[in-house]
Design a protein around this ligand. Sequence first.
Ligand SMILES: [Zn+2]
Length: 435
Amino acid sequence: MQKKWINDGDAILVTASNGFSISEGLNLFADDKKLREVLGNLVDKYHLPNLLMALNYKYPNPLDQWRAFARIIEYYSNNYEESNYMQDLKQIIGNKPYFIWTSNIDHHFSLAGLKNVFEIEGNWLEAVCSQHPDEDGIYNISSKIHDIYLKDQAETLTEADLPTCDKCGAPLVLNLASEEFQIHQKRLAAFQDFIEKYEDQNLLVLELGIGPQNQMIKAPSMQLVAADQNSHYITVNKGQLLIPDLIKERSIGYSSSIGAAFKELLTGKSFGAKTVGPEKPKPRPQYTPEQIREREKAMQNFYPNYMADQGFRPGSFPMYITVDETHPSYLHTVQFGQSWMYSLGDAAIVHCFTQEGQYYQVRLGLNKTKGEVHGFYVDPGTFIAIENIENKVGFSQLNTQIPLNSSSEVLVPRKDKLLQLFPNQRDIIERLTAN
Ligand SMILES: [Zn+2]
């Protein structure tokens, strides 16, 4: 089945996130022997628990900052050798038109010789001017990194060796998600051309190591599949699969290692990898206009200020909610999983109460340095409430997708039960329970 999907596909969209990098041996989150091997004395000097912290740490001087960058980038990218995973992937793609859409910053797909790559969060072999990031262009600093690495090893590194902007002389900063980040316009345009060309054809989305919460790549690529009846979706993510009902019939999920999944995809034979799907979606109840009006009335209790839009994507419609000081969205849950995206205005805070008794908050907005995310996914059955962060002024607009004909009854939590389960969140529960 999956082999046929690959063979019959007009084009392949490969989407990949950190699960793929981890398979290749680059784990940004791990505190292991390799961390010390790569970063050397910087680990103890700054108590660095992992590579992610090493990349984002506010070092007291630019020399140590670039030492850390150079040691990491030299090890993982300048010395990169094509992995078995890359070889398998190239074989799966074969001669078909393809594009790689990734949030990985290691540049491995390009280093392995794949040409059509869109890196949504940039890559660490590129830098921009710290003073005029949007005017002075994107610099490739691969060889500069190599020089810094060599001088660091020889203990001769000075500030004069650090990269500066050719146009104005200001220091360069890595072109990664930050305030200075510049999207590579040419690659973005090529990627958009690819999507436009194939979105109505027999497109295969092959998703590698993307967590269910990823909204930058996973949600829109699932929407692409949902929108086009000819397309297929293969996802590989050990232990954490998310396949919406809407596309189940045309989806296969591998809860296995990427290596095992590739082996099956290449041979069309089973090697015992755990898979789910494809399966028929559950029949959905059809609502009468009266029931729909009822539902809208119920929705208004939880979203005092919302607007639903008849779909531009078949199968679902977008809903926009606006929250401000006097109009929060009150505690409620829906039976389907839901992605929430920031769209306009100030940042918003989403309070989440899970069925398992966990409470967490997500900040929806644009300012990454404040821990804000552009979007996230809520598991089915989670109670959520949303309010404006700057409670006194302004407003936030967010959007989500409501499946058409879904059994999307809004569920109200029992306040006494919630208070019992979440005594520490009493304030929030009291404030954000609809009357
Ligand atoms: Zn400059």
